[in-house]
Design a protein around this ligand. Structure first.
Ligand code: 3PG
Length: 305
């Protein structure tokens, strides 16, 4: 039984060591493919793998076809939009994620980026504070809940809307529930996106949606590039010189947002979950889930039908 860790963006070393221990103790073989630069390297590496642990690595029909022995793919993280679920189901492959394991890391980055933003990117000029500001969370899953917890420590007023989480559950976490997404954008000084990339959310953060924000509004996206209608947001930011856009998404080679100097910041590469702790939590959970699946058939975290 061979378990492959295939990560273009590698885990921190303690996470790799921990995964290797769990796999070896289960009596399985361990293989590692890190920082690969071509898909061919991934296709070659998966050829004899029974299980794969990935991060944002693309597992499409071609990868699945090349992995003849594959039984399970675990995305060490939350979002699994990088895996072709239908193709996996057709190939008889179980797909899982490790929900919540890297949520605190992403949430800490949100608050870190917000302090950096309201202090004018530390450019030496007087800034503002987060205390008393209204923070809107679009989606109240694992990351949203962690952002709420930390933001309350900053003295922020936290609001949330989640199409799949009842208002009562939001309120019982000490967060104000609003009736819909429009109300969130109209009410809050800052809106932080925590929605997954799905056909329904794709391009949903558009000109009209963000255009409802109050003067000086800040939009922060540590979720997925796909949820933003970039053409609409570019048009809006050109019209509204008060708006700021902060993102944890690798910028395009010709990043059109970079013209909004002082109102736009992007991490050079998706960094939300890039901590030793998050790598270890998610990586070890993935390894344990694989062992439990192979040995006991446990499918608790399965995301494909
Ligand atoms: C996730 O979906 O868990 C995060 O976006 C982290 O992705 P990464 O493992 O590629 O950093």
């Amino acid at each position: 039984m061979k378990v492959l860790v295939a990560t273009e963006k590698p885990f921190a070393k303690p996470a790799v060591d921990g995964i290797k221990n769990i796999i070896s103790e289960a009596g399985f073989d361990f293989a590692l493919l890190e920082k690969y630069t071509e898909k061919k390297q991934l296709l070659d590496a998966v050829a004899d793998a029974d299980a794969i642990i990935i991060r944002s690595d693309i597992v499409d029909a071609e990868v699945l076809a090349a992995a003849k022995n594959l039984k399970i793919v675990v995305r060490a993280g939350a979002g699994y939009d990088n895996v072709d679920l239908d193709a996996a189901t057709k190939a008889g492959v179980c797909v899982m994620n490790t929900p919540g394991q890297n949520a605190n890391a992403v949430a800490e980055l949100v608050l870190g980026l917000l302090v950096f933003t309201v202090r004018n990117f530390y450019n030496g000029k007087s800034g503002s504070e987060l205390m008393g500001k209204k923070l809107g969370l679009l989606a109240f899953g694992n990351v949203g809940r962690n952002v709420a917890r930390i933001a309350k420590g900053f003295g922020m007023e936290v609001y949330a809307y989640d199409a799949f989480c009842p208002a009562s559950a939001i309120e019982s976490a000490g967060v104000k529930a609003v009736a819909n997404q429009n109300e969130l954008f109209q009410t809050c000084d800052i809106v932080s996106l925590h929605i997954p990339a799905t056909p329904e959310t794709k391009n949903s953060i558009n000109y009209d949606m963000v255009g409802q924000m109050k003067k000086g509004g800040i939009l922060i996206n540590t979720a997925r590039k796909e949820v933003i209608d970039e053409a609409g947001l570019l048009k809006l930011m050109a019209e509204r010189e008060d708006l700021k856009y902060i993102t944890d998404i690798m910028p395009a080679a010709n990043d059109e947002f970079s013209k909004f100097e002082g109102r736009y910041f992007s991490t050079p590469k998706k960094m939300g979950a890039q901590t030793a702790e998050a790598n270890t939590n998610a990586g070890l959970a993935a390894a344990r889930q694989i062992v439990d699946f192979i040995k006991n058939g446990n499918e608790k975290f399965r995301v494909n039908k």
